[in-house]
Design a protein. Structure first.
Length: 387
């Protein structure tokens, strides 16, 4: 099966709350009328980026102009490459939708939502709703941005993990010309239908569904009577994994680059009948662990904490934390993200230390991305209830 996994349009459920804004310059317009999403107005089109994992076929309005350029591989000793590799433009209709296709060549597989979220947030968008596949290889989102408190445009993003590459398709609709909120909502709905048609007709040239590729290692976990198999990029070392059933247990995973540790993921699970104060005990556990494991660093400093909304909505007590880290000389030594969960008499702690402090610039994001991806994978498999 080479079709994508995501199907249902987003705006059909929440488009009335979207007050959205323009994405970056450098994209092209797709113009479509009310019939543009109907099969009779669509024609098959191949999108060739000279990259088998990224090439795809879909259907576009019959008068569309499609531009593609080759995707380039990652250059040696670089963290990756992101490039606009496709644009679509059509000249009819009263609905203008910017369509831009971005290709990514990465140093390691990446969860799709991380890629989509970074791109739209870097441009000042606020994400209003998102969905991911259970394996985190596909994601779609709607985001918003307003100018002077008024609706401006809607952003719809679809992202796909393609082994050590990724593909993002962004559809942007301008609503500044709408004379009412209802008219703006209607533009968003129609843009969402256009995007959904584009994606629904998409099939991959190489016949492979979205995935993190084959260069993975299996990390088996047994938590009580539950068996879990994590699939993690092989570049991660596993110095400790004592999840063999009884608790407490720990998993340590470390990523090195140029002979230095640049990322570490720690999972700790123990039985705890009574719910603790997660804000107090969670922060203390994370700090104590890091101090014991990293004697050449100062104690982490708590920067922020809050609810994990995804888990909280499922009735699970969960808090997120972010800490800054400095070495003994007071120099920046990265940061820590953590999620602490208490559920069904069990306390779980998941942390990610990254040598690069979180920042909005692209180089920092792609340096952190391999660690964020493994953190997301462990969180999804261990902390998020599975259907």
């Amino acid at each position: 099966m080479n079709r994508i996994k995501l199907r249902q349009p987003l705006a059909s459920t929440i488009f009335s709350i979207l007050i959205l804004a323009m994405i970056a310059a450098g994209t092209a317009f797709v113009k479509a009328d009310d019939t543009s999403s109907k099969d009779s107005a669509l024609v098959p089109k191949e999108f060739d980026f000279s990259s088998p994992a990224l090439n795809f076929k879909t259907k576009v309005p019959h008068d569309s102009r499609v531009e593609t350029v080759p995707m380039e591989p990652t250059e040696p000793n670089t963290i990756g490459k992101a490039k606009v590799i496709g644009k679509v433009a059509s000249g009819k209709g009263d609905l203008e939708v910017e369509t831009t296709i971005v290709g990514y060549s990465l140093q390691a597989p990446a969860t799709a939502l991380r890629v989509c979220s970074f791109d739209v947030e870097a441009l000042g968008y606020t994400i209003r709703i998102f969905r991911t596949e259970q394996d985190l290889t596909e994601a779609k989102l709607l985001a918003k941005k307003a100018e002077n408190g008024k609706p401006h445009s809607a952003a719809l993003g679809y992202c796909f993990a393609r082994a050590q590459q990724a593909l993002a398709i962004y559809f942007i609709v301008d609503v500044t010309g709408a004379d009412s909120e209802e008219a703006a909502d209607d533009l968003v709905r129609r843009a969402d239908e256009y995007a959904a048609s584009f994606i629904d007709n998409l099939s991959w040239e190489n016949g492979q569904q979205s995935s993190f590729g084959d260069d993975l290692q299996t990390v088996p976990l047994r938590i009580g009577d539950k068996q879990i198999r994590l699939f993690i990029p092989k570049e991660w070392n596993i110095p400790i994994n004592d999840f063999r059933g009884p608790l407490p247990a720990e998993l340590h995973m470390v990523r090195r680059r140029n002979g230095k540790d640049v990322g570490a993921v720690w999972l700790f699970v123990q039985n705890m009948k009574e719910k603790p104060d997660l804000e107090t005990s969670g922060a203390a556990i994370v700090k104590d662990y890091f101090v014991k494991q990293t004697p050449d660093a100062q104690a982490p400093v708590l920067l922020s904490m809050g609810e994990d909304s995804t888990l909280t909505e499922q009735g699970i007590a969960a808090r997120t934390f972010r800490f800054s880290v400095e070495n003994r000389e007071g120099k920046d030594a990265g940061d820590i993200e953590a999620t602490v969960v208490w559920h069904n008499g069990r306390l779980s702690v998941l942390t990610l230390w990254s040598a690069w402090t979180s920042a909005a610039n692209r180089n920092t994001f792609f340096s952190r991305l391999p660690g964020l991806t493994v953190y997301d994978i462990v969180r999804q498999e261990v902390l998020v209830p599975q259907p």
